[in-house]
Design a protein. Sequence first.
Lengths: 401, 260
Amino acid sequence: MRAPLLGLSCALFSLPLAAATLSGRGHLEDGYHHDTTGASSSGHRVEALLESRISQGNWTLDSVLLGRYRSQYDDAGGKLEERMESDQDLRELYLTWAGDDWQWRLGQQQIAWGRGDYFRLVDVLNPLDLREFLLPYIDDYSLGRQTRPMAVVEVYGDSLEQQFVVAPRAKTTRYAPAGADFAIAGRPEGLPEDDEHERPDIGWRGKMLVDGTDLDFYLFDGLSPDPLYVVEEGRLVEQQRRRSLVGASFARPAGDWVVRGDLVHLFNEPLQTPEGADNVPKSAALLGLDLTRNEWTVNLQATVSHRHGAPDSLSRETGWEASAALLKDWSKQRLNAGVLWLYNREVQSSHLVKANLGYRPWNQWYLEAGYIAFSGGQTSQYGQFDNRDRLYLQVRRDFSL
Amino acid sequence: MRISLLALGLLLSLPALAEALDPAAIMRAVRDRDEGQDRRSEVTLVQTMADGFVRERKLLMLEKEYGEERKATLYFTAPSDTAGTGILMHSYAEAQAREDDQWLYLPALRKTRRIATNSKEGPFLGTDFSFADIERMRVDDYQYRLLREEEYKGRPVYVIEARTADGLENPRTGYSQRLVYVDRERQLILRDEFFRGGRQIKTFEVVDVSQVEGFWTVNESLMSNLVEGGQTRLLRTAADYNLDLGDQNFSERALRNGIR
């Protein structure tokens, strides 16, 4: 990370700063959650974010700084405190040169592919930070993705926009350590890695508008962010395997609704099996519907995924996911209420429900109270956190520089 | 013979007079008013709610004509919780009877979302303007009747009544009737009263107009909400015309990169 940062800093200081424009903004947020099951402790969560942009001519330098503190893990000791209590991160730092027909971006950044919300069929370039199970970022994935160094070139034709991505350093999904609220039961920790990543991740996106329909196509070859656990020479090791995919997305209005979808085929998706690890082809599809009318917003989604030729030891080849979100604004968007339901079915069904009420008492201030509940089988996606139901109250102050 | 010539002259001039006073033609002239090939505006929306709460939003707006089509990019610069949000709009020729294409960029998601444009009666970012109020006027939404010519705030105006063909709400705009005051010389709407179900719900008024680079420009206008109370003031703090704006300013990448 140090080398790209140094390079970008040099690039920044080589800009004729006298003519540059600087803009910045951010927020401070304090949230308190109360565990309603008694299985965990309650606590505060403080977050500070600062985004800045320096522009001069065709050049732009963007950065995002994020700091977080979770009082729940005060004095937790060991790796739990080290990994969960607080962190400060220069999340994004990238330089952009934008011309008429093409542009490039270089540095620590994130790229969001696909038309899906909550379900990431083709959003594969940045692994997630799941230490808090994305609860703080469930509506704002930009802070839930782990950023990584990337070189991005975009070429703009008359009818086709192309994006080429090279990402040299792989990252894995960041899981909560044992003892944290959202630690995954039985997940091995601290294993040696058996990785030789000789090739960077590479990706391509083609984007076009055909008769009012947005169409995107994707190609990707790179490492899966989810490590597999395999026994090698009598010891358990953590292994990241490559995967390749071809995908497509679309979005178009249909009356009052917007219809959108993602489609993906993974040629050799790494898969944890009871015997160890395997690579099997997998296909998945997402269909979503959005409606915004008279201060009501409705968002419905369903996905299905199917593993082709999965080992017999896996009890299910087809998985289902769905979501429904309903948001109502009142008083010129000062007051809002929302309900979100997420559903997952692999072997067992599980659910997450979030209900919230938000209010803006003054400009740049936002108060939100809500309830989050999990249910389902103990080994299911949401059911494993069945004893993590919580009430929360948070206050946020936005600011600009 | 002299009388016959006079009568003939009158007969010949009648179609021209009728054309000049055809209210639909007047509205088309308003729609097609020369606003340059492209323009850049800095806009401030000051919204005062019924309880006195004031919210201010600032945005940059780029617009460009492509024949009878128009593209516009709106990029919010303040306040901080809205800054970085962008809207891209493609409006098609009215004769095509095709809904606009619109995209919304939300910086928190790092994604551009498609927006349905069939219904535009909803509030534009919570203000008293609806999406229908800020889109390019569609003359065929209503049938027109010229009520009178008069002076309004010192300007000669046509007062035109606009009604939907069936008298019901236009499902796209949410209005069933409008009373429009059009500046006869500048082809500008100076006042617009909006009705739903026979009840006036909003009033639009132009507060300040000036000529910028030879184009009549509305510097300040006011939309009053007569149902919920409150109003939104739209201030154009800067306007520049014919800047030869590149097409890249009217694309998704402009939303992502921002405009200046």
